[in-house]
Design a protein around this ligand. Structure first.
Ligand SMILES: Nc1ncnc2c1ncn2[C@@H]1O[C@H](COP(=O)(O)OP(=O)(O)O)[C@@H](O)[C@H]1O
Ligand SMILES: [Mg+2]
Length: 242
């Protein structure tokens, strides 16, 4: 369970980026965090991971306040793919990156290897296994980063713009994968069709404030609300209204 309580944040004094943001996400829920460029989506993700500290308010993960003393424990629960996943690879190859955490969690090499292979197969990425992280494309890196967090089997999955660099084929694989997960999922995107496919609830951020929080379908069909917040109806609803 993740809870944000009256969270405010500013990178620079006097220029608030998030103001009084509160929401609670239960285990198993899939929530889309949407909003125009600069609305504050990535900042919410970074605060959740303790990469930034709130100016006001607090963040709770499983009831524990995120702070310096419990960051390692919290990050072990949260599998995350940041918007810039280039910075997330530490080891030379995709395989070594993927197996690092499972080995660290105490699995035998055999068990860890099985887990890695299962995820690679599920994502159709077997060919990427022994490739070098600095010799694969942006989209492949994104897929590898997603594979790495799935191999950790985290309690919750946070993805910042997961489909941004992907071709339609990989985009579809990622959508299906997110749908199949049972964990709490928080997904940011301005790809509202992807959010339609993966999330039952949507939180709309607008200039650092929550403009709407409710069932995905009612928010994503609301042309007026979306346009007022610099977004457009998903393709699938654009033709059906009147
Ligand atoms: N490191 C930073 N320093 C100063 N301002 C930043 C920094 N990162 C982001 N911002 C600003 O904070 C606001 C929210 O950014 P961000 O959370 O990345 O938005 P989103 O992910 O919704 O596009 C934007 O106005 C952005 O310019
Ligand atoms: Mg962002």
């Amino acid at each position: 369970m993740i809870e944000l309580k009256q969270l405010s944040f500013a990178y620079e004094k006097g220029r608030p980026v998030l103001q009084n943001v509160s929401f609670r996400i239960e285990d198993g829920e899939a929530v889309g965090l949407i909003g125009a460029n600069g609305a504050g989506k990535s900042t919410v993700m970074k605060l959740l991971l303790g990469l930034l500290s709130p100016s006001e308010g607090e963040i709770l993960v499983d009831g524990e306040r995120v702070g310096k003393d419990n960051l390692a424990k919290i990050r072990r629960k949260l599998g995350f793919v940041l918007q810039n996943s280039d910075n997330q690879m530490f080891m030379p190859t995709v395989y070594e990156d993927m197996i690092f955490a499972p080995l660290n969690y105490g699995l035998s090499r055999e068990e860890a290897e099985r887990r890695v292979d299962t995820v690679l197969t599920r994502l159709g990425l077997q060919d990427l296994k022994y490739r070098h992280n600095h010799r694969i494309s942006g989209g492949e890196k994104r897929m590898a980063a997603i594979a790495t967090i799935l191999a950790m089997e985290p309690e919750a999955v946070l993805m910042d713009e997961p489909t941004a660099a992907l071709d339609p084929y990989n985009r579809r694989i990622v959508i299906n994968t997110i749908r199949d997960l049972r964990q709490l999922r928080l997904i940011t995107s301005h790809d509202l069709d992807m959010i339609c496919d993966t999330c039952e609830r949507v939180i709309l951020l607008s200039a650092g404030r929550i403009a709407a929080d409710g069932p995905a379908e009612s928010i994503l069909r609301d042309r007026e609300l979306l346009e007022r917040n610099r977004m457009e109806l998903p393709f699938r609803y654009a033709g059906t209204e009147r």
